[in-house]
Every structure is written in structure tokens, then in C-alpha cells.
Design a protein around this ligand. Structure first.
Ligand SMILES: [Fe+2]
Length: 285
């Protein structure tokens, strides 16, 4: 049977669902039908933007909810699927959810092999990312994951040197984000899917197969987000999920056998921006 969640990474359900719980029940049914593994827990519920707050920024950079565990060292929350439900009794929104299939995007260029990618992630996490002694390195920004994977001199703002930096503010515009990727032979327009949810509609997507973001402003309360995943995934299972994501990056040397996790030999250092970075990613709708 056709399984769009597995085949294309997302499912859009027109509904309309008039109650939020009806939408979440439908999302749960989709996940169970797709046989995505052990029953997933609800690890996040958000109203976007929060009621009684300001409207959202006019765009949102590409990211993975709760981040990708690039160098996991402790059991941690890992988001597997995100469900977005547009409140039924609200005016239609012009904002669109941007979905970027990671495999399709990165397939268009060559990458270092797995061991070298892991070395680069560890190095980037220490020098430029948000490596935290207690949490290892979890990265939510898709641009930052790409920058780390390429191993070139970083151009994105560093959370190491600017502790006040908030993840998600790497770019001042969508054009700047697109330019960042295009300079690295990654052309978002060629693969990006845009979904404009109407009131009462539901979108479910694979959080590790598609980076996501937003174009347009949302009014307080117009969107609801539920995150399905693992509340305390063991390190070994995090490594497995991370490696599944890395399999999308075609290496320049094929057929090389993966080796066990390399020892970095690094002294882990506190990363003041770590908690801020991960928390910010959790709330990004
Ligand atoms: Fe998000």
C-alpha cells in the first residue's frame, strides 16, 4: 500500500478537523499505519505563535525540531515526526511551511566519507557550534549542519563567541539563506516544497528526512504543533538515527566500510550557547 510518509516524507490531510484533538488523533493514526517503529511519545506541544504574544517573524530558517544528535553522549529527546494543525476557527493564513527533502538536496554534490564527516561535526561543535559537556553536540540549524559537514571556514555567527546569539537568527532574509546554500551548490528552489495549510488542515512530516521552515508571518494562535519522538533515546539509538541521516550524503569514495565512532581525543568544553540553541529549536514552528 502506498505510504506517503515513508515515500515522500510528509502527509497533508485536508480534514477539516474542527478540534485539535481530532487532528492529533489523525496524526497518531497516520504514524501507526506507517509502521515507523516503536510507538512514539508526544515530546512537544506548542501553539504558534503563542497566544497573547506578538506575530511571528516574516520567515523562519530551515531546521530540524529538537535538533540532530551529531555527537550524542547522553540519552536525549529526539524528535522523529512533527504534526502541524491550522486552527479551524481562524482566518486563512498566507504563511507557508517550507519542506526541504534532505536526501534530494544533498545528492547533488559530493561529500566527505562518514568518518571525515564525524570528525568535522566534532570539530565544528567544539569551535563554532554548541558543544555542551553534558549534552554533546545536537544541532538544529540545517545551515549549520551543512557548514559543519563541508569543513570549510565557518561564516555563520558563532554561539561560542556570541553567547547571546539565538539559533534561528543566522539569516536576515530568505534570500540570504538561499544564497548561503546556493554558494555551496545546494539549490533550495529545486527541491523545496511549500505547503500553505488552510484552517482545519493537518500536516505530518518526517523531522529527520525534511528540514523545515516558514515563509510569511503567523498571527498568534493560528498554528498548533505536536512533536512525536523519543523522550530519552539511548546514545546507541541516536547514533543509528544520525547515521541514517548521513547516508543521504553521497561520499566521494564509495564502498568504504563504516568504522566505529572515532574517538575525538578532545576535551569537552562547556558551551554556554548549547542549552539556548536546543531550546530555541524546540519551539521553532
Ligand atoms: Fe520546527
Amino acid at each position: 500500500m502506498e505510504d506517503p510518509l515513508r515515500n515522500v516524507g510528509f502527509v497533508r490531510m485536508r480534514g477539516p478537523f474542527f478540534a485539535r484533538e481530532d487532528a492529533w488523533n489523525a496524526a497518531r493514526a497516520v504514524l501507526e499505519q506507517a509502521s515507523v517503529g516503536p510507538r512514539l511519545a508526544v515530546i512537544g506541544d506548542f501553539v504558534i505563535p503563542p497566544l497573547n504574544g506578538p506575530p511571528s517573524r516574516e520567515f523562519q530558517t530551515l531546521h530540524l525540531d529538537f535538533g540532530l544528535p551529531l555527537v550524542p553522549v547522553v540519552p536525549a529527546e529526539v524528535a522523529r515526526f512533527t504534526a502541524l494543525y491550522a486552527t479551524a476557527d481562524t482566518a486563512p493564513s498566507d504563511a507557508v511551511t517550507r519542506l526541504v527533502p534532505i536526501r534530494a538536496l544533498v545528492a547533488r554534490r559530493r561529500w566527505a566519507d562518514r568518518d571525515e564527516l564525524l570528525r568535522r561535526f566534532a570539530s565544528y561543535g567544539c569551535s563554532h557550534g554548541a558543544w555542551d559537556n553534558s549534552a554533546g553536540y545536537v544541532e538544529g540549524s540545517f545551515a549549520r549542519i551543512i557548514e559543519a559537514a563541508l569543513g570549510e571556514p565557518p561564516v555563520l555567527p558563532s554561539v561560542k563567541t556570541h553567547p547571546e546569539f539565538l539559533c534561528g537568527t543566522e539569516f536576515t532574509s530568505l534570500a540570504a539563506e538561499a544564497e548561503f546554500f546556493a554558494h555551496r551548490d545546494l539549490h533550495l528552489d529545486s527541491v523545496q516544497i511549500e505547503v500553505c495549510l488552510r484552517p482545519g488542515e493537518l500536516l505530518i512530516f518526517d523531522n529527520l528526512a525534511l528540514a523545515h521552515g516558514r515563509r510569511g508571518t503567523r498571527r498568534p494562535g493560528e498554528l498548533n504543533q505536536r512533536v512525536f519522538g523519543h523522550p530519552a533515546l539511548p546514545v546507541e539509538d541516536q547514533l543509528q538515527l544520525r547515521d541514517q541521516v548521513l547516508e543521504a550524503f553521497p561520499p566521494s569514495l564509495r564502498g568504504r566500510k563504516a568504522t566505529p565512532e572515532p574517538a575525538t581525543g578532545r576535551t569537552l568544553r562547556p558551551g554556554a550557547g548549547a542549552a539556548r540553541q536546543v531550546v530555541a529549536d524546540k519551539a521553532v514552528p
